[in-house]
Design a protein around this ligand. Structure first.
Ligand code: NAD
Length: 335
């Protein structure tokens, strides 16, 4: 019997490594394509039953129609967020869509904490200074995270893991979510309105999904009620932040620190080595020019544990969907 073919888009060497390792137990025919899925690259899908995509692949109605014409049965996201997929179009086309709802929430939560500590204690600058035999401390002054008020927007898997980390640091934790988490309340997290969080927090960390309600949740209006010197951390999705508004407030020294692992226009930049290129995106260049801004290129998920879980769950999702069985985690099925 011919094996089921899966076409992977936006493949990086580490995707190949982890999927090939775990596919030994599944026996799929894996076709790794380095390019992003879009209207030009869709022609590379040939005799594939499944298309496996990542955060910046384009899976709009037009692409889905074409995938249906090519008899693709499943779109398997190897990530948690699914804002790049037109789920209605997939349903209409009869294509099942699955994702990896929770692989290692700690991986992302720990990266958010790493960004807070780096921005605050400037370890990235200290590292370079000491290598040049500059042992001065001037300019490296930080603050105690202990005792600060942290606002967590979205307390799902990642937000919950992050809230526990900052509770461990001795912070006061305020949270906003459309659903409260009782475990967190028992641990001392206080649910408040989003505006109360904007007004009271010293550090705000975004962990909600990107949708119509959360798009540009950080904008000139929300920034106007925040404390001066606020620290904003975004490891969720770039478009939660209105970048030009944030740049304006960074220029006015209203924002004290910004840590972003995601960026609204990231698909043209992230996951690529552009060190020899002229970057045409002026917003990212301006952001990177501020001494109090830390940009990482969507690496919060990037741990050994997370990549193992992503490969295993994706391959299990596909196996179960093909066998018309329930998925191990209900939240993995999107239509
Ligand atoms: P999750 O579904 O477990 O949690 C999301 C939470 O947000 C839920 O509790 C939900 O109720 C809440 N929410 C929904 N709408 C909201 C709104 N309007 N306001 C406030 N809260 C709202 O998801 P998760 O696994 O915790 O992931 C969160 C996000 O992190 C994902 O959507 C994804 O975009 C991002 N992510 C980033 C990386 C990375 O590498 N940077 C990796 C994984 C996930």
């Amino acid at each position: 019997m011919q094996s089921v073919k899966i076409s992977f888009f936006s493949t990086q060497p580490y995707d190949k490594l982890f999927f090939e390792k775990y596919n030994a137990d599944f026996g799929f025919d894996l076709d790794f394509i380095e390019m992003q899925l879009n209207s030009k690259t869709i022609q590379l899908v040939e005799n594939s039953d499944v298309v496996c995509v990542f955060v910046n692949d384009i899976v709009n109605a037009e692409i889905i129609e074409e995938l249906a014409r090519k008899k693709v049965k499943i779109i398997a996201l190897r990530c948690a967020g699914f804002n790049n997929v037109d789920l209605d179009a997939a349903k209409k086309a009869g294509i099942r869509v699955c994702r990896v709802p929770s692989y290692s929430p700690e991986a992302v939560a720990e990266h958010a904490m790493a960004m807070i500590l780096t921005l605050n204690r400037k370890t990235h600058k200290a590292y370079n200074r000491v290598r040049e035999q500059n042992f001065s401390l001037n300019g490296l002054l930080g603050f105690d995270v202990h005792g600060k008020t942290i606002g967590v927007i979205g307390t799902g898997n990642i937000g919950k893991a992050f809230a526990k980390i900052v509770l461990g640091f001795g912070c006061k934790v305020l949270a906003f979510d459309i659903n409260k988490d009782e475990d967190l309340e028992k641990l001392g997290v206080q649910y408040e309105s989003v505006d109360t969080i904007f007004k009271s927090a010293d550090i705000i960390s975004l962990h909600c999904p990107l949708n119509e309600k959360t798009k540009h949740i950080i904008n000139s209006d929300s920034l106007s009620i925040m404390k001066k010197n606020i620290m904003i951390i975004n490891t969720s999705r770039g478009a939660l932040i209105n970048t030009p508004d944030v740049i304006e407030d960074l220029k006015k020294s209203k924002i004290g620190y910004l840590g972003i692992d995601v960026y609204e226009q990231e698909e043209k930049l992230f996951f690529k080595d552009l060190s020899e290129d002229i970057i045409q995106d002026d917003d990212i260049q301006r952001l990177m020019s501020f001494p109090n801004v830390l940009v990482t290129a969507h690496q919060a998920f990037f741990t050994n544990e997370a990549l193992t879980q992503i490969a295993l769950t994706t391959l299990k999702n596909i196996t179960n969907l093909l066998a018309q069985k329930d998925l191990e985690n209900n939240a993995a099925l999107l239509n």
